[in-house]
Design a binder for this molecule. Structure first.
Ligand SMILES: CC(C)(COP(=O)(O)OP(=O)(O)OC[C@H]1O[C@@H](n2cnc3c(N)ncnc32)[C@H](O)[C@@H]1OP(=O)(O)O)[C@@H](O)C(=O)NCCC(=O)NCCS
Length: 171
């Protein structure tokens, strides 16, 4: 009599590392899938060329999420955080965000600033859960179909950092 091999369910190990130029193709594919108004490849390329300290989260050698950011004076400017749609809701953006806090704090930043479309409810919920607060609006900032929509400007202080969620952080 034959027995079927036992199946062991292992948590998928995630690795966070600096974004590299060779990630560009994967970023552009995820960007197209995840965003209603995706960045063009040239914008991602420009951020890579300017050597922003951006990060990616990998599982089994493939990029599944990324965060693009830059430092200006004592502020970290978060420009893009994205998780591939089929893996959203599993805490990957949150892991990336916590890594961004650590890197930013080490680099001497005092806060994280971002702008988000007022219609982007998932992102607004995500940022609020991460402790961001609305500090202003930029009227008609983003193009939307034939019209424009406001940007919500949000800020989070880096004075107090929550404990890092699970995940292997690689510098
Ligand atoms: C916003 C985004 C990055 C979140 O990524 P994610 O990996 O799914 O986020 P997490 O799993 O870490 O979510 C953490 C928390 O964010 C909130 N959140 C995330 N997705 C949400 C959704 N669709 N609706 C409501 N809240 C959501 C929840 O509070 C969640 O906590 P919970 O799971 O305990 O409820 C993702 O939805 C995305 O890539 N969206 C498209 C790109 C985009 O708009 N990026 C932001 C502007 S650049």
């Amino acid at each position: 009599m034959e027995f079927a091999p036992a199946i062991t369910l292992m948590p998928l190990e995630s690795i966070i590392r600096p974004l590299e130029a060779t990630d560009l193709e994967q970023l552009v594919a995820i960007e197209q899938d995840a965003h209603e108004h995706p960045w063009k490849e040239s914008i991602h390329l420009s951020c890579i060329e300017q050597e922003y300290p951006s990060l990616v989260l990998e599982i089994k050698g493939g990029v599944v999420a990324y965060v693009v950011f830059n430092y200006l004076y004592d502020e970290c400017n978060l420009m893009n955080i994205t998780t591939t749609p089929k893996l959203q809701g599993r805490g990957y953006a949150s892991q990336l965000m916590h890594s961004l806090y650590q890197h930013s704090k080490q680099a001497g930043m005092k806060s994280v600033l971002l702008e988000v479309r007022e219609s982007n409810q998932p992102a607004l919920s995500f940022y609020r859960k991460e402790g961001f607060e609305e500090i202003g609006r930029r009227s008609s900032y983003y193009p939307k179909d034939e019209q424009r929509e406001d940007a919500v400007v949000m800020r989070r202080s880096l004075d107090e950092l929550p404990s890092t969620p699970t995940g292997l952080l690689v510098d």
